[in-house]
Design a protein around this ligand. Structure first.
Ligand code: CA
Length: 461
């Protein structure tokens, strides 16, 4: 009974579908892979000729996708050409602002450049005027004399403003020249005694030159006691400003007068940098310690070449055994009547002075002495007649030469010879046996001290 009803309903349904489908419906029956029977009805839609998502819609979607890809591509490659707003518009605005800023900065720099050019031209003009003035002074030696009142003078060119004695700069230079002349007179008098002796006294410092810049706070200056000529003589003055990371410039001055005026005749560039203030001059060579090493260098002044170099055996360097003021003054070279010396210390000597006499050609050590005074307890040292002398303080205005060591006997003793640090920061003291003077560099000031030698008259303790 139920089967008859189901078949009837199915017949009605088929008939209805067939009617609605206007004969386009079909029924299929087939087995699936598991053997079960499947019925499939296929009915055409009377409203649509094709399924949604068919070709026209796909074409439309494809068209939209193509447009989108093209837009993305333009954004990425920046070929939008300014037609887009949004991100492209803000980017263009940022670029315009940056361009405006760069243009403003460029204009400012241009103005600065023009201003600096004007300053350079002004400085060049003033330099030319000063050079002319200096040349004028050089060509017209001082012929005037003062009365006891110091207000009258003779032979004064009325039209030359450089002879205006109200000019303080001129008075200063005159004073320095007078000081040098006085020291020369003293020197001539002292030439009568050329023998060796012990240091009896040290005179007051005589100023020859003040350094022009911070690089001259400390340095080395000297004259060769035994020049080899003819290019350089015993009048030639040599100077190195020792402040700086790479000290190589060696200034040569024709004589003490040109040195005092600050007019070098030549600047030699050393092949290797100089360490500190221990350099010296002897027999036409400049001797110095190479920077950050125990290497000693001999530089031949005439040929301007490195003549020899040699390590000073076991010598402390670069702050291991400096003088009390520091400054990497580990190795101090010195010259006296007996030749070339190195003043230094070693780890074996535990910071006490070691003195070595060097071969001036090869720089080899000929003989060494050890002392019992600590190098870092004194300010400086120098050699006179085979004796080492030490300076007690580099800052005290009134200090002493406080120790002497005689290499002939190997005996050292304390002494007390007065010594003045007029400018309170004495970084170099060396002896010149030809001039019988100490040369020193005291806080930008290059000074000499006259000394007296003789039999030991100072009280020793
Ligand atoms: Ca010295």
């Amino acid at each position: 009974m139920w089967l008859q009803v189901f078949l009837f309903c199915l017949s009605c349904l088929l008939l209805s579908i067939q009617t609605q489908a206007q004969g386009r419906a079909s029924l299929h029956r087939s087995n699936d892979p598991s053997g079960r029977c499947h019925y499939t009805f296929t009915v055409a839609n009377p409203q649509e000729s094709s399924c949604p998502g068919s070709k026209p819609e796909m074409d439309q979607a494809l068209s939209r996708l193509t447009l989108l890809e093209a837009s993305v591509s333009r954004l990425l490659t920046g070929v939008d050409g300014g037609t887009m707003t949004g991100v492209g518009g803000s980017s263009e605005k940022g670029l315009q602002e940056a361009f405006s800023q760069v243009t403003a900065q460029k204009n400012q720099l241009q103005q600065d450049k023009e201003r600096l050019n004007m300053q350079v031209q002004e400085l060049q003009r003033r330099l030319a005027e000063l050079s002319q003035e200096a040349e004028s002074l050089r060509q017209k030696p001082c012929q005037q004399t003062f009365t006891s009142g110091g207000t009258q003078h003779e032979n004064r060119p009325a039209s030359d403003p450089t002879y205006d004695f109200g000019n303080s700069g001129y008075q200063e230079m005159k004073a320095e020249v007078t000081e040098i002349s006085a020291s020369h007179l003293f020197l001539e008098g002292s030439h009568n005694f050329t023998g060796c002796g012990e240091l009896v006294s040290v005179g007051d410092p005589v100023l020859h030159r003040k350094a022009e810049s911070i690089t001259g706070k400390y340095g080395v200056w000297m004259q060769d006691p035994e020049p080899q000529g003819p290019q350089y003589t015993n009048k030639t003055v040599w100077r190195i400003d020792a402040v700086g990371k790479d000290v190589r410039q060696l200034f040569a001055y024709e004589d003490m007068d040109q040195f005092s005026r600050g007019f070098p005749m030549k600047v030699l560039v050393l092949p290797e940098p100089v360490e500190s203030t221990g350099a010296t001059l002897y027999q036409g060579s400049f001797y110095y310690q190479r920077k950050r090493s125990r290497t000693l260098v001999r530089y031949d002044l005439a040929s301007e070449t490195l003549a020899s170099r040699m390590d000073l055996p076991n010598a402390g360097f670069h702050g291991q055994h400096p003088y009390s003021w520091g400054g990497y003054t580990d190795i101090d070279l010195a010259v006296d009547e007996q030749g070339l010396w190195a003043i230094y210390s070693t780890s074996k000597a535990r910071g006490a002075f070691v003195i070595s006499q060097l071969d001036p050609k090869s720089l080899e050590v000929k003989k060494s002495w050890e002392t019992n005074i600590k190098k870092n307890t004194v300010a400086n040292a120098f050699m006179v007649c085979g004796h080492l002398y030490t300076v007690a303080s580099y800052t005290a205005p009134n200090t002493t030469i406080n120790f002497v060591f005689d290499t002939a006997t190997g005996v050292g003793q304390a002494v007390a010879v007065p010594f003045k640090n007029k400018y309170h920061y004495n970084s170099m003291v060396d002896y010149n046996h030809a001039q019988r003077k100490l040369y020193a560099w005291d806080n930008f000031h290059m000074v000499t001290y006259d000394i007296r030698l003789g039999r030991a008259t100072h009280g020793r303790s």
